[in-house]
Design a protein around this ligand. Structure first.
Ligand code: RFL
Ligand code: PHB
Length: 389
């Protein structure tokens, strides 16, 4: 098999990039380890920046997003002493859209066959070869057969655990890593959300987030210790704890219902740079991870592929190499700022096991400052809606 660009991974980064390249007439094949059903069963991001919705619009794949996406004009930061509404539209002129990552992925997957984007699911043992040459290739096993996919470029969109980043010689990359001493226990339920907007709260028991997927589907998260087990959190325990952490007002508006999904995700900040080695590019979670507190992960994957698709178009249409030579630097400039914002919001809103009385007063002073400063609120809002490309 032969193609121009071979993409590893059919998450949002791989599918978005595949569609953008296909639309530019660049032959593209995606190789994915899991089945399509499995990819769609992962419940992840919920908040889309304009960068991300613009790409769906550019592809003409925004019909369902327009019909079902919820326009959010603000969100709340709260603690026992504060209830701060960040009015993102008043502060930045921009809004965000609540539309699940699962739905973005479904829209991209459904449109792939009719647009000539080939996606090979359930490909095992994916391995990268000759990435330092101009003729790299991917080896994999499909239905027990060994396959070889030749390409001009390989793009690793295979998430944090995929093989692409590991194919780059260690001596040529720098890794930056921060692991937080807690995780998020998430619950999805078909009940109306407790508020029209998202609430991020810092309670003495730990962080909680009230989010949603629609007017009838809620998504909630609780900060839990890293060794916590989902089995120890029957639905009733989750709802009880959530109503304590959200406080009497929002807590009283919670509608309880059976969990459709419940899982624990660890929190981490991670960057691997540069994001190119020879004919291999990295995009999305394969190169960087943010803790979910700023809702930046999926949106960074989208901005990476916006830069990379423009660079590859320049190469295949006009033979320009400057775009792909500067890809890593351009993408990382935006990534590091999203890393900063996600780390900042995580540090502000969580209870750390090692937190001293002084650290706690710093959180309270910061929240007090935000509550009373338009400048501080503007800084948070402009990061939340997404920095310019
Ligand atoms: P993905 O989605 O992990 O997709 C990678 C794909 O690569 C495949 N793969 C392989 N394929 C072939 N061979 C191999 N050996 C392979 N190994 C892996 C995988 O099966 C998979 O299909 O990475 P991508 O595309 O870079 O997308 C990144 C986003 O998924 C991620 O950043 C976000 O979900 C993060 N995130 C959020 N981001 C936001 O922008 N807004 C949010 O509100 C938000 N909330 C969240 C989140 C992530 C969470 N978790 C579970 C970590 C909330 C949570 C709880
Ligand atoms: C979500 O709805 O899953 C969600 C929303 C906002 C975040 C993280 C996750 O910051």
């Amino acid at each position: 098999m032969k193609t121009d660009v071979a993409i590893i991974g059919a998450g949002p980064a791989g599918l978005l990039l595949g569609h953008l390249l296909c639309a530019a007439g660049i032959a593209t094949t995606i190789v994915e380890r899991q089945s399509a059903t499995h990819v769609l069963s992962r419940i992840r991001a919920g908040v889309l920046e304009a960068t991300t919705t613009d790409l769906m619009r550019q592809l003409g794949l925004d019909q369902r997003l327009n019909a079902e996406g919820l326009r959010h004009e603000g969100f709340h930061l709260s603690s026992s002493l504060h209830s701060i509404r960040i009015d993102i539209v008043a502060l930045t002129g921009k809004h965000v859209t609540v539309y699940g990552q699962t739905e973005v992925t479904r829209d991209l997957m459904d449109a792939a066959p009719e647009r000539g984007l080939e996606v090979i699911y359930e490909a095992a043992d994916v391995a990268l070869h000759e990435i330092e040459s101009n003729a790299p290739w991917i080896g994999f096993t499909k239905d027990g057969q060994h396959e070889r996919l030749d390409a001009r470029f390989i793009v690793g969109c295979d998430g944090f655990h995929g093989p692409s980043r590991r194919a780059i010689p260690e001596s040529t990359i720098q890794l930056y890593d921060k692991v937080y001493p807690f995780g998020w226990l998430g619950l999805l339920a078909d009940v109306p959300p407790c508020d029209q907007e998202l609430i991020y709260t810092n309670h003495e028991h730990g962080f909680a987030l009230a989010s949603m997927r629609s007017a009838t589907r809620s998504r909630y998260y609780l900060q839990v210790p890293l060794d916590e087990k989902v089995e120890d959190w029957p639905d009733d325990r989750f709802w009880d704890e959530l109503s304590v952490r959200l406080g009497p007002e929002a807590g009283a508006r919670i509608t309880r219902g059976p969990a459709i999904e419940k899982s624990i995700a660890p929190l981490r900040s991670f960057v691997s740079e540069p994001m190119r080695h020879g004919s291999l590019f990295l995009a999305g979670d394969s190169a960087h991870i943010v803790p979910p507190t700023g809702a930046k992960g999926l949106n960074l994957a989208a901005s990476d592929v916006a830069y990379l698709s423009a660079a590859l178009r320049g190469f295949f249409r006009h033979g320009h190499t400057d775009g792909f030579e500067s890809y890593s630097e351009r993408a990382l400039a935006r990534i590091w700022k999203a890393e900063r914002f996600s780390w900042y919001l995580t540090s502000l809103m969580h209870r750390f096991p090692s937190q001293s009385r002084f650290d706690r007063r710093m959180q309270l002073a910061e929240l007090d400052y935000i509550a009373n400063s338009r400048a501080a609120q503007t800084s948070i809002a402009e990061n939340y809606v997404g920095l310019p490309l």
